[in-house]
Design a protein around this ligand. Structure first.
Ligand SMILES: C[S@@+](CC[C@H](N)C(=O)[O-])C[C@H]1O[C@@H](n2cnc3c(N)ncnc32)[C@H](O)[C@@H]1O
Length: 286
């Protein structure tokens, strides 16, 4: 049957049962061939992204996409970029950083040394934002920062510390709303159309690949930030990741989630006190 787009198959004309079978086979293949486990990602958004890749690669069926990614690592890299939504921003949701300053920083001051884990850090904007905040609070040298993501490509960008110059106006405004106490422009130098952030902001940071769906914890941390990652996972995978964070956090450690995420309805809910309901900051108490 010819679909509206002129392609033989479109999501509208595909038999939903067949579609699910093919998607499951593709995800199983990707997992076994490359170790990337998307089998527990939220189905509707996964499906949309797979079809986007199918159209852009000029293919017609999910099975054709499966063939391509299993035989061609570059095709897999492209698919990985599609499936791992990498949108980020400096001082994203500024009130989160303002609340972190007000409520979490005083707690961190009582620690001689602490570890922060940015899980799903994408291109690193959150890591640089937190580093700036900690510098301004005089706490940076007590911190060890672990910045992880499933995707090596975004981690390379995070390490480079280069962001589009035309974003700086938006980021300056976010920085000020987040309670920035200095001048945002002192943290970067403009180079061509890029803003290169000071490498000293990552002097205590380690960037490494880590898959929340399959990997274990890598030691005890005092703060976990995992913002805008869990929304892409189904409930079962969200629960696994909550278990991972619970086991990684020290007692009285802090967990920060994205604005549309919550610890509510997880079996770990009772193990945390809520520090800020609006900004999704929790403290492990049991
Ligand atoms: C929307 S970004 C969030 C970036 C940043 N935390 C923020 O809030 O701006 C989501 C990130 O989660 C990462 N991600 C998706 N699945 C993952 C997994 N299984 N393990 C680790 N990271 C994952 C993606 O690669 C992407 O970089």
């Amino acid at each position: 049957m010819e679909g509206a787009s002129g392609l033989a198959n479109t999501p509208g004309t595909y038999d939903p049962e067949l579609e699910r079978i093919e998607i499951e086979l593709l995800l199983e293949g990707v997992y076994r061939r490359y170790g990337f486990d998307f089998r527990s990602y939220a189905y509707a958004s996964l499906k949309r992204r797979l079809w986007k890749r199918i159209y852009e690669d000029g293919l017609e069926t999910i099975t054709e996409l499966q063939h391509r990614v299993l035989h061609d690592a570059d095709a897999m890299e492209r698919l990985l970029l599609d499936l791992s939504i990498n949108v980020s921003a400096m001082f994203r949701d500024p009130t989160f950083f303002a609340t972190f300053r007000e409520q979490v920083v005083p707690l961190l001051r009582t620690y001689p040394f602490f570890r922060i884990w940015h899980a799903g850090c994408s291109t690193g904007e959150e890591v640089y934002s937190m580093a700036i905040l900690l510098e301004e609070e005089g706490l940076y040298d007590r911190a060890r920062i672990y910045a992880t993501d499933i995707n090596e490509v975004v981690l390379r960008r995070a390490k480079s510390g280069i962001y589009p110059l035309d974003k700086m106006q938006e980021y300056t405004s976010n920085y000020l709303k987040a309670g920035g106490t200095s001048s945002f422009s002192q943290y970067y130098t403009a180079k061509y159309d890029g803003a290169l952030f000071s490498p000293s902001l990552t002097r205590n940071a380690v960037f490494s690949q880590h898959n929340l769906a399959t990997d274990h914890s890598f030691g005890e941390v005092n703060v976990v930030l995992c913002r805008n990652v869990l929304i892409y996972f189904d409930r079962q995978l969200q629960e696994r990741v909550h278990g991972l964070f619970y086991n990684s956090l020290s007692m009285f450690g802090m967990l920060a989630l994205g604005s549309k995420e919550s610890i509510k309805f997880s079996k770990y809910e009772d193990a945390y006190d809520t520090l800020s309901l609006r900004d999704k900051i929790y403290r492990k108490v049991a």
